[in-house]
Design a protein around this ligand. Structure first.
Ligand SMILES: Nc1ncnc2c1ncn2[C@@H]1O[C@H](COP(=O)(O)OP(=O)(O)OP(=O)(O)O)[C@@H](O)[C@H]1O
Length: 444
């Protein structure tokens, strides 16, 4: 942790800094409240050690002041051995803990370990809160599709390393969910997972959002800030839509990847950040490189471990398990445990091309569960595009050839069943025959 020590006695500053360094922390020092305030503004401070007696100043007044400004940094107060009152006063004013002076390094170490644990819990809670807010249905990370299985396997094998993972694929295919799953399987799982959505910000804002800035760096930079790179220190930074990062920022990302170094906007001091990067894009990065919109060196650096999430239309055998997964989740969430999906509605879902991928499917199931009037979701409960596809599709009794009907029937049964064996059993033919038919019809 970066720890600020505030004490007016130079020897205390020196020995405490020495002890902190030996414990693996980075000490920063200040002799009075003015210097301390400046350090809090310019440095990323994780904990503060504050002496009650700061010469002519009272350290506890400084504590009250930073709390009034909304600064929640954990503070451990140095109190005189005999003064119970100042310890009580310190706790009342928002100190995290106190330690009587002189102290032995072991006591300080234990108190700091508690602070560190507290910080971790705070990050975890913030993280869980965002997850809950997004109300992710139970994520399904199994698949019957070889392409998806291989994407998951590669990504999870790389999870334990610090390697950058690039996740490609159309919008709504689960790139963010996969990035999160990689983080959860890494040895950084108990640290922060920080997301930055690149296209939603202008170049200036994106740069400052990533790296932070110093006061006055640009119009509107009213105070020093720390960016998401600093927030993700020791954890994972997820760059969503990296294909849209402006060319000017790309070299800075490359430097962060290669040297783990960066500077805040308007700052000359180089800082280190131990972040693991996961990036995603729905753009064809090779084409972006060819068009001169994406740096080739960054592209090669990113694509060392690249996985591709296919469109939902290319995952036919995953479709119904995903539907059942969402049905379970939303019927529970909406308190409608006996609600079912009718066979016709299932067929309409199988027939639909799913341009919006998993996101569209999730939204459809959520909407249907909320709106269904009886205990069954029927085709009539689905939006118009599903009913149209049902009416225009090939059905017995429509003016179509037997071959076209057979083709359509086989396609749907394959899409609905988990294996070719099961499909063959449903169709009443043997697997080898189905295999041949499928090939001839171009369904495999
Ligand atoms: N494996 C999964 N199991 C269940 N639901 C999933 C899964 N993956 C994604 N989803 C759901 O699909 C939706 C889109 O997922 P996600 O945001 O990860 O896609 P994305 O590819 O990152 O999209 P975009 O490119 O638009 O950012 C979310 O609502 C998510 O809950």
């Amino acid at each position: 942790m970066n720890i600020l020590i505030v004490d007016d006695q130079a020897n205390v500053l020196r020995t405490t800094a020495y002890a902190l360094t030996a414990m693996g922390h980075t000490p920063v020092t200040a002799e009075n409240s003015r210097q301390a305030a400046r350090q809090l503004e310019t440095e990323k401070i994780d904990a503060l050690l504050l002496d009650v007696n700061l010469g002519t100043e009272n350290g506890l007044d400084f504590l009250s002041k930073i709390r009034a400004e909304g600064n929640l940094v954990p503070v451990i107060v140095f109190t005189a051995q005999t003064s119970v009152e100042s310890a009580v006063d310190a706790m009342k004013r928002g100190a995290y803990d106190y330690i009587p002076k002189p102290f032995i390094p072991e006591d300080l170490k234990q108190k700091l370990a508690k602070v560190d644990e507290h910080r971790r819990m705070q990050t975890k809670v913030a993280d869980l809160e965002t997850q809950v807010a997004k109300a992710h249905p139970t994520v399904m990370l199994e698949s019957n599709e070889p392409a998806v299985k291989s994407a998951y396997e590669t990504a999870f094998r790389a999870a334990a390393s610090n390697a950058t993972v690039l996740i490609l694929g159309p919008s709504g295919t689960g790139k963010t969910v996969l990035a999160r799953a990689v983080h959860d399987r890494s040895n950084r799982a108990d640290k922060a997972f920080v997301t930055i959505n690149c296209p939603s910000l202008s170049r200036e804002l994106l740069e400052s959002e990533l790296f932070g800035h110093v006061k006055g760096a640009f119009t509107g930079a009213l105070k020093d800030t720390w960016g998401k790179v600093a927030a993700a220190d020791e954890g994972t930074l997820f760059l969503d839509e990296i294909g849209e990062v402006p060319l000017e920022i790309q070299p800075k990302l490359l430097r962060l990847l290669q040297d783990r170094e960066y500077e805040r906007v308007g700052d000359t001091r180089t800082r280190k950040a131990n972040v693991r990067l996961i990036a995603a894009t729905n753009r064809d990065l090779a084409a972006e490189v060819a068009a001169g919109r994406f740096r080739e060196d960054l592209y090669y650096r990113l694509k060392v471990i690249a996985v591709e999430m296919p469109a939902l239309a290319d995952r036919p055998t995953d479709l119904l398990p995903l539907v059942d997964n969402y049905m379970r989740h939303f019927t529970r969430e909406q308190g409608r445990p006996s609600l079912q999906l009718s066979q016709e509605a299932r067929t309409a879902i199988v027939d639909y091309p799913w341009p919006g991928n998993l996101r569209e499917l999730r939204n459809l199931i959520e909407r249907s569960v909320i709106l269904a009037q009886d205990n069954e979701i029927t085709v009539a409960d689905l939006p118009a595009e599903f009913r149209e596809s049902e009416e225009t599709s090939l059905r017995p009794g429509h003016m179509v050839t037997i071959e076209a009907l057979e083709h359509e029937h086989i396609r749907r049964i394959i899409a609905k069943t988990e294996s070719l064996e099961k499909a063959a059993r449903t169709l009443g033919i043997d697997t080898a025959t189905l295999y041949r038919k499928r090939k001839r019809m171009g369904l495999g």
